[in-house]
Design a protein around this ligand. Sequence first.
Ligand SMILES: [Zn+2]
Length: 382
Amino acid sequence: MKNKREWLIITALVMAIVMVVTVGMPLSVAANAREDYESAQEELNRIEKELSAIKDTKQKQQQEQKNAQTQINLVKNQLSSLNTQIAETSDALALKQAELDDKKADIKETDELFKSKLKAMYIRRNGNMVATALAVDTFSEMLTAVNTLTSISQADTALLEKLNKEKKEIEEAEAEIESKLEELEAAKELQQSKQSEYASLLQKVNQQLSETQAQESAAQAAYAEAKAERDAAAAELEKEFAASGGLDGFVGGDWKWPVPTNRYISSYYGYRNIFGYKEFHTGIDIPAPERTNIIASNSGVVTTAKYASSGYGNRIIIDHGGGYQTLYAHCYALNVKVGDFVAQGDVIAFVGSTGLSTGNHLHFEIRQNGATVNPYPYVKDN
Ligand SMILES: [Zn+2]
């Protein structure tokens, strides 16, 4: 009997524990969804950073590739110009050499003529070669002979001297052209070595670039996958929040002014004229410089934190329980994510002009059971 009672107590305790655990289940599921979302977002951020680093590397390598290509084109132009100059100079050298050959032939001819003339001026007398001047019989004959000899000799010597001077000039010009040709050949050699240097540099950069591009494609695929996972986790989280009906009771307390450093309102809640049309303005507009802090007007859970194509741009919605929500639109950047529990005064975003906006300002709304209310009376004193 005593055993049976003990069993009843134990069974009751076990059942109680099971019930507590079971009732606690939805909370842990929500926590899991939030954890899933956060880790998916972290993974996405990590890949985004990696991708941005790869893009930087790629850009740098593309610049290097462009530089190498520019250098190669430059060298190519230089080489083509050098080849033209070398061809022209070689032609000039050949011309000069032909000129020199002609001149040498002239000199040889003149020299031979001169020698044969000299030979003619001598006659054989008594078995010896004697100058014609010495072979004459009268003094007057001798004078004439000497004068003739002298003038012939002078004219031929002058001609030979002139020819030799011209030959020397041609040789000097030839030497100049030869040294110019050597300079051009040296310059060509330098450009050729540069050409092979830049070609191997380009090959190296191309290799690196193709590796980087492969890394980029892999990272892009990983990014797409991580983004899909993040979006799925966000959707799951939003679904769970929607299903739970948001926070049970209103968090209570006052509503804080959402842009602590700027109090001016450029557009109030209610009807306003826009380009002659009457339009209902669903919140208040608070202008502030780009990136000014926006705070949570009250504590709550972030239920939306993303870009809306509807016109709100980057916007945040916070659920404050009891059917109350606040909305912060046109943000430059967001500082919280879906599922975050934020305390009143936490910096949740930064002023911007995203979406349908003509300048930096916060469009702030308070909603009660899905409908907007005039937020001004709520926040004006806080
Ligand atoms: Zn507005």
